[in-house]
Every structure is written in structure tokens, then in C-alpha cells.
Write a protein that binds this ligand. Sequence first.
Ligand SMILES: [Zn+2]
Length: 442
Amino acid sequence: MNYPFNLTHVGAENCVTGSCHLMELPGSINIMVDCGLTMGGDTALSLSQMPVKPSELDYLFITHAHIDHIGRIPDLIDLGFDGEIITTHGTNALLIPMLEDALAFTDRSEKEIKVLSARINDLSWGFEYNQSFSLKKGIKFKLKNAGHILGSCFIRFEIPVKEKTPFSVIFSGDLGSINTPILPDPDIPDHCDLLILESTYGDRNHEDRTKRIENLSAMLRKALADKGKIYIPAFALGRTQELIYEMDRIFTREKWDTKIPVFIDSPLGLKITGIYSSLSEFWDKEARTLFKKGDHPIDFKKLFAVENQRDHKRILNIPGPAIIVAGSGMCTGGRILDHLENSLEDSKNDVIFVGYQAKETPGREIIKYARRKNGYVNLNGQKVAINAAIHKLTGYSAHADQKGLVGFVESMGEKPGKIKLVHGEPGSQKVLRNILYSKGCK
Ligand SMILES: [Zn+2]
């Protein structure tokens, strides 16, 4: 199929992190979709080696505020980007807190970070879901809810083509699962000529939500019985809020007498939870109903905020039972490393992974080596034996599984003209591609 534009996958063509796609459209309009950071062993094109200079970009669209979709925005601005940043209102609220947190780990000074935040604030605009808006040269776009994290969207562009119907392209961004806590299910996409589709879990299906709540509940009960500690490495944005929500539901629904204290040991996680709490118009019906009944869906007694380093140090050695949620989600940095360094050797403890673990990250290594005799992992420069029980609760993934991805394509009614898979490891893309081919997709 010929597209009326040049398409370059700057990042995440055959891996899961570093999302960044570039369209060079007729009339010298250049649109980038996402500008994310790579993690683990993933690679992406350097922003200075793209076919167009950052200063020649007209628009940067953002599908959602995870760092692997926004983390290179500061670099793009350093390299001269001066276009508009377009996203949803929800993502617009999350963009600067997420970037400021990431920038705090770089060599930029506080003053430089402030200047950069102000610049991003000037350039970025929030738009409504489900409305069509016009850009330069007759190009149109519409954002629909992707159900992945608060504010997430997939984007449909309509590009005018001389004397023909406009060419339409959808960038899926990251698609959410059905029944994700707090969030509504992904919207149904309109038909398109080209679908750029994520494929993170193209090769597997998740447990359903009832099953994963049962599993989480059983793990919480085990911790209560053996007075162990549960560590949950979680992304500050999305997963942390979902876990608070589900634990709240378990404690309430099952009428627990002794509630296990839950510590959110992540300053960013706490800030983002505040934003999630304040944007109730983006919650699903279940969360809104609870709120109306007087039960705040992401807050409960025994939920403790661990703001500063002093308190973080204090809870490193608290006795169990306790649940500690800390970042980063793939154990590549953050406060979770101190906890695991301290507690991974104790067989009474549990670690629950609730999200994707990219190649070469400590999270992936822990899962891999936990199954081996004398398995260990390097954390904070220390060799730490893995004696704690390691679990994966895949049902918590914020990504659609194989069924969800195929369902997204099929919900279009008429099949898309062409599907290009991105944002997935090659093995996962191959499985999904074969299923889509068998259903008559191209
Ligand atoms: Zn994401």
C-alpha cells in the first residue's frame, strides 16, 4: 500500500519501549506521534538523525504520559522543537509531573527544569475525546479513549488526498485491557486505511479480573498469616492507582478485620494518585458509583504515604505483615531497589510483578533467576540472593492482551486497509501477525 506520507518508526518498531513515529506529509507538514525513552536493552533512532530536524516538526501528538512515550520531549525541545504538543486534557495534566520527576535524575539543574516545564506548558494543549479537530493543510484528527491509563488515547488522522477520499491512519498508542480498574474500556475505533497497532501482548492472554483479584487476595492473606512483606514494583502512573483501588475493594468486599498496612513509597506515585483522584470525570462507572456512595475508590484507612527519604529509610525494616508499593516498575531504579536489596533474601517475603518487564531489566532478571537454584540478581551494585517467592500477576497489565488487540481490529467493522505492528518484541508480533492474517487482515 502506498501512503500519502513518509512514515519513520523512530522508536519501538520491534520492541516495547521508546515509542516515537514520524509522518512527513504533503505540503511539508511533519507530525510526530509520541517521543518516548527506551528502557533496558531497547534501542531507537537518535532524534538528531531523523529524516527531519526537530525544528521542522509542526506537531507532536502524545498518546499518554508513560515515560516510554514522553521521555524524550525535553531532548526534542533542546534540539529546537517549537511546534505544538497535542494530547488529551488528562495527559496534559500528567505530562509535566511525569517529566519533572524523570528530569530530577538527570544533570539538569532545578532552574533548568523549571524553565523547560514552563516551555512544555506553553507548547502543550489538551483536547476533548471524540471530537474532530483541524490542523494545517486540511489535516484532521480525533482522539479516542484507549483505556490504558488516565488520559490515554488512540489517534485517528485524516489526510487530504487530491480528488480522492482522505487517507486515514490510526496510531493505537498503548491499548488498555477491558475491565481495567478505575478506567472505562477502550473506545471502538472508526475504520482506517492504515492502523499502527501496538503488540506488547500479541502472543498471550491475561487472566480475567476476577481471577487476578482472587490471586491478589490469596497473596495478601498469606502475608497476613506468615507476617511476611509483599513488595510490588509498580509504575507510579497507572498501576499504583489500580492496585490501591483493587486492594481497597478486597479489604472492603471480603470484610477483612485486620487490614494489612499498605505503604505507597513513591513521591511521584503519590502526586499522580492525587491527579487521578481529582479527575473523576475520566473514571469508569464503577469508580464513580463508589465515590457517590461516600467510598473514595483510591483511598482507605491503613494506606500510608511515604513522602521523604527519612520515612523511606524507616520502613525498610518495618516488621510484616506489610505491603510496599514502590517504583520503578521494572526495578531499574527508585526506592524499590533498597527494599529488594534488603528483603529479597528472606523466604517469608513475596514480590509481585504486575507489569511488563523489558529485556535486561532487573525485574526480568529476578523473574528469570528466581526459578534457578542459587538464583541471584545484582541490585545497587550488590549480589542479592532471590529467596523470596516471586509472582507474576499478568492480569494487572494495562495493555490489551491478544484477544483485546484482535477485538480492537475486529470492532472496526470493515477491516483496516493495512496493519503495521509496532511496540512489541518480534516473537509477540509474529504470533499476532499470523492471527490477523488468518482473519483476512493485511
Ligand atoms: Zn503505556
